[in-house]
Design a protein around this ligand. Structure first.
Ligand code: SAH
Ligand code: SF4
Ligand code: F3S
Length: 477
């Protein structure tokens, strides 16, 4: 049992229903003649990449469509983080077989992390697939499509040390027109022992800060009011400027400040922070700017120092608690904090599991994304450790972690009752067109009667009720 299949995101319970797969809801208005349908799985970096792919292919006469039946090119941008993420894509491919038999001209491409992990094996195992393209090879898509149209199967899974797609303006897919994601870096150098990302995304590299600020500025001019800076480990963002003779380094704290200065009405979020890298400088920058959201996604993965060591997270329980204390000290009790946890990692004992639960009791996270350990081939854990916690035990521990998180989410939400928050309106509530929804600084979803307001506006909302997932209130002037 898993709450969600991906976690690098700034989403709430409200959004979770839509998380696993995002299809394009609005068709691109374009004079392009060919139709492209793209489906994204996994984390927000993949969703952001799909927007880059749409942009690259627009140059090649493709416009996106939400109707799979009218597309001549179907792309699945895939995730490999856990086995069930891959299973989902395999099932989806099975469903596409009859369509491909009926419409011989349809081409199917697999993009993203599963493409990178499985490479040509994917073509052998899934006959319906025409093209396999890794996350650093999207500029080559037009050539690969040509090869496929010439009747060949096409593969490009080269990983790059430089590619950041910095110059490509993403085409915003499935957008509410108010909030957007900006990739600030790619890859990961951390080598957590359970994780496939370093193998599917390659080496860590940061994107030119000027291109990030430019993208944020353009989004603001188009009416967007919130950007989320994305990376597997944003706190290790680092750009060496060569503009002056003197070497000038832009850190993540510097970048946050640069984006916050785009406009005080542009909210800034970021994800994911690695506990080993988040610095006081980052925390003070968050404190300094009202438009940087007081919310930190700080995955712990486990509360046991022994397990953290086996996971190669490079911090222990005490270090993690030290970071939490520092966040509370600098940003106050109100700062939202969320977690990722893995239940049943190799050799995890009942005592280790209790350490996870007690860490949760200490922190009282606002939200969490929780998973049963899934062994991934060729990762250090798969090579060196035994996946020896039986499934029933993994699932029981996971259920306990989820139950505890629900309690804490409710408790934290109840603390909001009677308070007034500045909310950025993102659209109508899913349940009614008489209600709007939006989030506060702490990333909590708030629902309230619409009055004369609309999306993209900031309003002050007084909270009157809550569940563990949502706050309910009304606008106060
Ligand atoms: N870069 C982020 C995490 C990206 S992956 C970070 O370091 O925090 C998102 C989450 O998926 C991880 O935080 C972890 O909780 C989970 N995850 C990764 N590999 C997993 C595996 N093999 N089994 C179960 N969960 C996993
Ligand atoms: Fe994976 Fe660890 Fe990198 Fe996160 S920091 S992507 S968990 S290797
Ligand atoms: Fe993201 Fe999944 Fe790849 S979580 S980085 S799409 S393995």
């Amino acid at each position: 049992m898993e709450l969600v299949t991906n976690s690098l995101k700034i989403l709430n319970e409200e959004d979770k229903k839509d998380l696993d797969v995002a299809r394009i809801s609005e068709d691109e208005i374009s004079t392009a003649k060919r139709k492209l349908y793209i489906e994204s799985y996994g984390c927000q970096m993949n969703f952001a990449d799909s927007e880059i792919v749409a942009s690259i292919l627009r140059e090649n006469d493709f416009a996106t469509t939400s109707k799979i039946e009218e597309a001549e090119l179907i792309l699945l941008n895939t995730c490999a983080i856990r086995e069930n993420a891959e299973q989902k894509v395999r099932h989806r491919l099975q469903h596409l077989v009859p369509m491909k038999q009926k419409r011989k001209n349809v081409k199917i491409g697999i993009l993203g992390c599963m493409a990178e992990r499985l490479k040509t094996k994917l073509l052998e195992e899934e006959k319906v697939v025409d093209m396999v393209v890794g996350p650093d090879a999207y500029r080559d898509l037009p050539n690969l499509i040509n090869e496929v149209e010439d009747g060949q199967k096409a593969v490009n899974v080269f990983l790059s040390r430089e590619e950041t797609y910095a110059d490509i303006t993403p085409i915003r897919l499935d957008s509410n027109g108010v909030t957007a994601f900006i990739s600030i870096m790619r890859g990961c150098d951390n080598m957590c022992s359970f994780c496939v990302v370093p193998y599917t995304r390659g080496r860590e590299r940061s994107r030119d800060p000027h291109s990030i600020v430019k993208e944020a500025t353009e989004l603001f001019e188009q009416g967007y009011r919130e950007v989320t800076l994305l990376g597997q480990n944003v706190d290790s963002y680092k750009w060496k400027s060569t503009e002056t003779a003197q070497e000038n380094i832009v850190t993540f704290a510097n970048l946050l400040e640069m984006v916050a200065l785009v406009n005080p009405d542009l909210r800034v979020r970021f994800s994911t922070s690695h506990p080993k890298d988040i610095t006081d400088e980052v925390l003070y920058t968050i404190k300094k700017y009202d438009n940087i959201c007081k919310y930190i996604h700080l995955p712990a993965q486990s509360g046991s120092s022994r397990i953290l060591e086996l996971m190669n997270r490079t911090y222990d329980r005490e270090w993690y608690i030290g970071k939490i204390d520092r966040i509370r000290e600098i940003l106050g009790e109100e700062c939202g904090i969320s977690q990722d946890m893995i239940a049943g990692f190799c050799t995890e004992t009942e005592e280790d599991h209790q350490d996870t639960l007690s860490l949760m009791d200490y922190v009282k996270y606002d939200y969490g994304y929780m998973f049963a350990y899934s062994e991934r081939p060729n990762t250090p854990a798969a090579k060196k450790l035994q996946d020896d916690v039986p499934n029933e035990i993994k699932n029981r521990r996971l259920a306990e972690i989820i139950a505890k998180q629900r309690e804490h989410s409710l408790e934290r939400n109840q603390m909001s009752i009677g308070k007034v928050y500045k909310v950025l309106i993102e659209g109508f509530s899913k349940r009614s067109n008489e209600h709007l929804s939006g989030r506060n600084d702490q990333n909590k979803m708030i629902i309230f009667p619409k009055g004369n307001h609309q999306k993209g506006e900031y309003v002050n909302v007084m909270i009157t009720e809550c569940s563990s997932a949502t706050l309910i209130g009304h606008i106060v002037e």
